[in-house]
Design a protein around this ligand. Structure first.
Ligand SMILES: [Zn+2]
Length: 99
């Protein structure tokens, strides 16, 4: 879905409707170099003990998921005060900002 570059909506700080710039937030961001599962896997791969949950063939995250779309959050930045807020737009596969 294509989103507009700017929308006019309510700003809680200005307490009125102002123009906001729209940007799409990315859902996944890495908090460290390795994820918790990757650290567990690395410990198992050192060779001591059994392989635990890594003994089984992995099932991909997509295969476990029943829904094919995500609820996409967008970031709204007020042009007057610069305060940012988040709003989910609803379910869709992909969100882009109109150029
Ligand atoms: Zn504002």
């Amino acid at each position: 879905m294509l989103l507009p570059k700017e929308i006019r909506t309510y700003c809680a700080t200005c307490k009125k409707h102002t123009v906001h710039t729209v940007s799409v937030l990315s859902v996944s961001h890495r908090r460290g170099k390795l994820s918790k599962g990757e650290i567990q896997k690395a410990r198992r791969d050192r060779g001591i003990g059994g392989h635990g949950k890594f003994s089984k063939v992995p099932v991909s995250r997509m295969a476990r998921r029943s829904k094919t779309t995500r609820k996409i959050p967008m970031k709204l930045t007020c042009k007057e005060c610069g305060k940012a807020s988040q709003r989910t737009i609803g379910r869709m596969k992909k969100a882009e900002i109109k150029r």
